[in-house]
Design a protein around this ligand. Structure first.
Ligand code: SAM
Length: 307
């Protein structure tokens, strides 16, 4: 009886009736929300994961595409340069380490001279050209001219000066003569000076370049000792443009990390702000330092180790 009366009372008291209705509705809303919460969470996770996956896959495919472009570009340049040597009776080939060497077809033997430039170095210079088409280049270490002509090809408009002491192998002189012959016929912007870095560097630099702001790109590939790369860097540093890149070959292969550290200390004082002692994707652990660039401009193809 009491229950019936209470029920009647509930149904006739509008305040309680509506309060109950509201509570019931809220309870229903809560349970709908509970039911949908899992769906919402899943949707959120799906969107987040898709976003990050998309970002990383796009980044990956973009860089894979870029690497492929660099690889094809490097192969094209190598073909052109190799063809020139071939016309003059030499074959450009590789030793077991993957270093570029030169074969004399007439004498059927390899020339006894330095070498080592690798396809990944060529890719590096192509990547540099994309962000910085240098107009003046100074190279330390010529051997038979291979890196010199590859750089002349990559940076078509650039003046290229190179110094070589002719101290590596009994055919180093043959390499110099061949360089002069090729430069005369195909690359008039290349000039070779025989001499020692750093002592003869002032004689090897081009006045015209110095008068117009200095060298924008340097390739150090002479004697591979810590002491010498430091001297090479110091010898050329008065002739550098305010915005420039210095590439140092074989830092990894020849264990030149401590030389690189010494260069870094010195270069910090002359406003260099980017240092990579070994670019991880170069075959022989090529290093580079630069000034005048915002650091991010070098990403992502300039990732490497700095130690
Ligand atoms: C590794 S080879 C250069 C290879 C060349 N860059 C290439 O990749 O085709 C090193 C050259 O540096 C030269 N060299 C060694 N010490 C030098 C110095 N102090 N100044 C100038 N050249 C030097 C040697 O005579 C040798 O020809």
């Amino acid at each position: 009886m009491e229950t019936v009366t209470y029920s009647l009372y509930l149904s006739t008291n509008p305040k309680i009736y509506y309060l109950e209705k509201i509570i019931r509705k809220e309870m229903m809303n809560i349970s709908v929300f509970r039911r949908n919460r899992h769906a919402l969470e899943s949707a959120f996770l799906f969107i987040t994961i898709s976003f990050f996956l998309n970002q990383s896959l796009c980044g990956y495919s973009l860089s894979a595409q870029k690497v492929e472009t660099l690889r094809v570009g490097a192969a094209r340049i190598a073909l052109r340069v190799n063809k020139i040597y071939e016309e003059l009776g030499y074959i450009i080939t590789k030793n077991q380490l993957g270093a570029t060497i030169i074969h004399d077809k007439k004498r059927n033997r390899n020339l006894d001279t330095g070498g080592g430039f690798h396809g990944t170095d060529l890719m590096l210079f192509l990547a540099i050209r994309d962000i910085f088409p240098a107009r003046s280049i100074f190279i330390i270490g010529n051997a038979f001219g291979y890196s010199t002509f590859c750089l002349a090809e990559v940076f078509g408009e650039a003046k290229v000066d190179v110094i070589d002491a002719e101290i590596e192998g009994e055919d180093n002189k043959v390499g110099s003569n061949l360089t002069r012959k090729i430069a005369e016929r195909y690359y008039p912007s290349v000039r070779l000076t025989i001499g020692f870095s750093p002592e003869d560097t002032p004689r090897a630099v081009r006045k015209e370049v110095i008068d117009t702001g200095g060298y924008e790109l340097i390739f150090i590939d002479g004697l591979h000792t810590n002491d010498q790369i430091y001297k090479d860097f110091n010898g050329i540093s008065p002739y550098l443009a305010p915005k420039c890149i210095v590439v140092i070959h074989d830092v990894g292969l020849a264990n030149l990390q401590s030389g690189f550290r010494a260069i870094r200390e010195r270069a910090n004082q002359i406003r260099f702000n980017l240092f990579i002692s070994r670019l991880i994707w170069t075959h022989f652990g090529t290093g580079l330092l630069a000034r005048g660039f915002p650091p991010l401009q070098f990403e992502p193809y300039f990732r490497g180790i700095t130690d």
